[in-house]
Design a protein around this ligand. Sequence first.
Ligand code: G6P
Length: 606
Amino acid sequence: MCGIIGIVGLSPAAPRVIESLRRLEYRGYDSAGVAAHTSAGLERRRAKGRIRDLEAVLSVEPLQGHVGLGHTRWATHGAPNVANAHPQKAGRVMLVHNGIIENFAELKAELIAAGRSFESETDTEVVAHLIDAGLERGLEPLAAFKAALNRLSGAYALGALIEGEPELILGARRGSPLVVGYGEGEMFIGSDALAVGPFTNRVAYLDEGDYVAIDRTTARIFNADGARVERAVRTVAASAALVEKGNYRHFMEKEIHDQPEACRHTLSSYLDPINGHAAPPEGFDFTKVERLQLLACGTAYYAALIAKYLFEDLAGLPTDAEVASEFRYRNPAVTPGTLAVAVSQSGETADTLAALRWCKAKGLTTAAIVNAPESTMSREVDHVWPTHAGPEVCVLSTKAFTAQLTALICLAVAAARQRGRIDAAEETRLVQTLLEAPRLIAQAIADTEDALRPLAFDISKARDVLYLGRGAMFGLALEGALKLKEGSYIHAEGYAAGEMKHGPIALIDESTPVIIVAPSDNAFDKTRSNMSEVIARNGAVVLITDEAGLAHAPSQARSVVAPTCDPLIAPLVFAVPLQLLAYQVGVAKGADVDQPRNLAKSVTVE
Ligand code: G6P
């Protein structure tokens, strides 16, 4: 994941930038850079690889100056090389950026037509040019910056230095976080409190759409409408400096909101947006795989279960998903062409690790979809397939789950293409669809967060709740039920909608909410019949659907409308209302949602 640090300081900036970037290394990155105002003007140093590579460059060509900007980059648009590393430069502007500018191609064409030339393949350089074009038109730096922001769609956290403005750093946030750090006669910006942690523990979190100008003593913050605003300055406890909640009440809430970014960063490891390809980071040949064995526990198992449907449907690859603790202690009949894939946030879960080792001992090729790059599973498998959710603190997994799903969907697309089940045009279409997922996840949060509150209040009084879904939504029904019971201690069951009539229908009465997850896909009509069966028995139906589904919703159902999306990414988008509902019910019940009783984040016993 990309990281940003900006310093308007009292001592040389470059070594301090390096110190900060080191703290951001856990996010993962593939190039780094630093810019500073020197006596000769604005200069930058960049390197592909690690922070130590950047340090090596600085030892040969030191960078003077007390005002500087640093960045670690996770390649999205363009390969990880020096030309694409940040800061990007255009005329008087040096810019660092986290996120993806979705309309960069149109903007680039427009800027080229206006006579500007580009040195990199990045979307970031386009923004630097837009700002510089504003300066050329005679705008003040802040006005040029705002004019550029007005042209952007997509997600960003930005930091900019302007030639001729040696005491100024500009920053902006939409979709990706940015904090302002308040020091003693010094000011900072950073991608999180950790970035500014070496210099100050007093930070303000920018809100969505905010932008800021800092100098040595002040921060002028503006909202998306350009109005001057104040954002609370809080002191971050030293112990919390590693990961903290920002403006959120609980880590669970924060981590739900982190999901667009977690998804985007995970996509960046699997997708080539320029050529429309999907592949795991080091590449992988799925044509030799005869069978896929997914192994996981808890929430990760539900991600695996959803992936089973996708791998079989899209790639025609026979796939089993099994709870690792079951697989481990029976005598599974595995065949030599089986690829064993563990799915795990921590990479340390004992049952999953044991199942993986069992497969390895049987001579199978192994892989792990894992969020912790230094974990035991990462070290032991043949192929590490990363998720980039960042540290997940809440015991209830949210962003790690959608990041796992993101990686699994990308892998299913890659397998489908390699195995000849889809052609290049369809692969490109699916890649484009995946690239829309971060935006649609963000929209799902915006569209459903408030709408769910009255519902959550009512459900907080229930004793039992039933979740139903078909296809990929069956896995989500199971995950929704798990989240509710973990977060609120209300008994909840997830069931395949078609199975309801074989048992759970006996539970239905007016006091048992039945949550039906049903986007308007090819299973919708069948699920609608199940809904009618519940209503006929006075069950209280909550339908989570999209606009088209809403048009066919029975009047007795309370509906929650998530964004319309391609079925490929529906599990990502529809996970959001289920997570928010569990969170809100937990809060309404006064439960400790971040650390529920009896649960652990990483379960290292079998
Ligand atoms: C614990 C956590 C769950 C998690 C499961 C698997 O039960 O509370 O949130 O889904 O372990 O963890 P892993 O790290 O392997 O994904």
